[in-house]
Structures are given as structure tokens and as C-alpha cells.
Design a protein around this ligand. Structure first.
Ligand code: SF4
Length: 255
């Protein structure tokens, strides 16, 4: 993608959503950190449902440590990997008390030294809580960057490095939010909704998904053709290969 195309790509996503942010609910940097740790391999919606009542009474690391691992585990048991996450959150809360006076630190090194905090979590916290121009690459960002040709890479690290290089101002601060939201709601994993995509002419992914009414047409045509074959031969499905045909016409699942 050329530099002009990259600028136009983000200009259009920004036009559609001028103030993007994380969909994880939190009231302060500590709650954000906990929510991001809990969101690994879980949906933001499931984390919000579990954390809403919890965050109404737990706002600091000390309160979390006082709550204890067992009660916290019970509160988040609807979230995947809750056992490990409960251990990590109690340990990171204790580490925040011991090393940072109960505050969330604002550097990558300090954040990643906390239990259960990896590069992606640190990037989200640095960006959302501290306003830094970081690029958290999750599954949605990875997919969008590869499909579109914006920042292709074999690993999340490759994609992050490319985004660092190519995203211009004034889009750097919010770029990862736009990419996550675009992947979550438009450029979906199983079937990208290209027919309503604002960057369709900039994206290199093929084949583009047509609108639902157009997709229905070939299917109806196939049915008509199958019916006519069946009527001619009297042998049913073995005459044609409708399943293979349907699979060929669909986009592949991942970048
Ligand atoms: S055109 Fe399709 S594949 Fe490309 S970004 Fe838009 S939704 Fe994704």
C-alpha cells in the first residue's frame, strides 16, 4: 500500500468513527490493566459482564489483594482461563503494591515485568491509559493488516513493527482501535463484509464478499441447475458437486 493509500485508509476509518476507544469498561488505569489481562482469548463483552459488579467495589490493587484469589476466581469464572488469570491478577496487584506504590507504571518494561502482562497488554494500557502511540496487535488487527496489505507480516511482532513504520500522524494514537473495530465489525474472520467496507478500493483482499442479495443469486442458480440435472438423470447429488462449488466461491477464513 502506498503512503497516500495508508493515509486515505485511516482517514476513512477516522471519518466513520472520530473518537475510537477500547470496548473494555474501566474506571481507572488499574481496572483497565485487569480488564485487558482478563480479555486474553475472551470477548470484551464477557469481560465487561464479569467485571461490572466487581469494579463497582474493587478500584485498587490493595482491595483486589484483600478480596483474595478464591473470591476473585469465583467472580470471573465465566471468562476463559479464569484459574490462571485469577492467579495472575492477584500476583500483579501485589506487585503493583510492592514495586509501584499501588499505581500502574507508565513504561513498557515495568508493565511487562508484571505477572500475566505481555507486550499486547502493555501496548493497550500504554495507549489507552497513558496516551502513548503504541500498536497493540490482536487477532483482529493481525487479520486486517494482512488481508488489506496495510502491514502484512507472519507474526504479530512483524505486523506491529510495520505499523510503527507506516502509520502517519494524526492517526498513530488511535490506529489500533480503528483496526480492532474494523476487524471486529466489518472485516470479520469468517466472512468479511466487503460490500459495506469503507476501504474496499484500497484493500487487496480477493475475492471481495458481495452483498447478501448478490450472494443469494448464484446459490439459487446452483439450486436450479441441480434440480434440472436431477430431473434429467434421476440420480440426485452424485451428478454435480454443489458442495465443492459453494466452498470455492467463499473467501478463505484467514489472511
Ligand atoms: S474490503 Fe473486505 S477484506 Fe478488505 S478490509 Fe474491507 S471487509 Fe476486509
Amino acid at each position: 500500500m502506498t503512503r497516500d493509500h495508508v493515509i486515505e485508509f485511516f482517514r476513512r476509518l477516522a471519518e466513520a468513527n472520530p473518537s475510537p476507544t477500547t470496548e473494555l469498561e474501566s474506571g481507572n488505569p488499574y481496572q483497565l490493566l485487569v480488564a485487558v489481562v482478563l480479555s486474553a482469548q475472551a470477548t470484551d463483552a464477557s469481560v465487561n459482564i464479569a467485571c461490572r459488579p466487581l469494579f463497582a467495589r474493587i478500584t485498587t490493587p490493595r482491595q483486589m489483594v484483600e478480596l483474595g484469589e478464591e473470591s476473585f476466581r469465583d467472580a470471573i469464572k465465566t471468562i476463559g482461563l479464569f484459574n490462571t488469570k485469577a492467579k495472575n491478577v492477584i500476583a500483579l496487584s501485589q506487585a503493583l503494591i510492592d514495586r509501584h506504590g499501588g499505581e500502574v507504571p507508565g513504561t513498557r518494561e515495568e508493565l511487562q515485568a508484571l505477572p500475566g502482562v505481555g507486550r499486547k497488554t502493555a501496548n493497550v494500557v500504554l495507549n489507552t491509559a497513558f496516551g502513548q502511540e503504541t500498536f497493540a496487535v490482536d487477532t483482529h488487527v493481525f487479520r486486517v493488516c494482512n488481508r488489506t496489505g496495510l502491514a502484512p507480516g507472519k507474526t504479530v511482532e512483524d505486523v506491529e513493527v510495520k505499523l510503527e513504520k507506516i502509520v502517519p500522524q494524526p492517526f498513530r494514537r488511535d490506529a489500533h482501535h480503528w483496526l480492532i473495530l474494523h476487524g471486529r465489525y466489518t472485516c470479520k474472520a469468517r466472512l468479511p463484509e466487503c460490500w459495506r467496507c469503507p476501504v474496499i478500493d484500497l484493500c487487496r483482499y480477493k475475492p471481495k464478499t458481495p452483498p447478501p442479495d448478490e450472494r443469494a443469486k448464484p446459490s439459487a442458480a446452483r439450486t436450479a441447475s441441480r434440480a434440472s440435472s436431477t430431473a434429467r438423470t434421476g440420480r440426485g447429488r452424485t451428478v454435480s458437486t454443489p458442495k465443492a462449488g459453494r466452498n470455492r466461491s467463499r473467501p478463505s477464513r484467514l489472511p
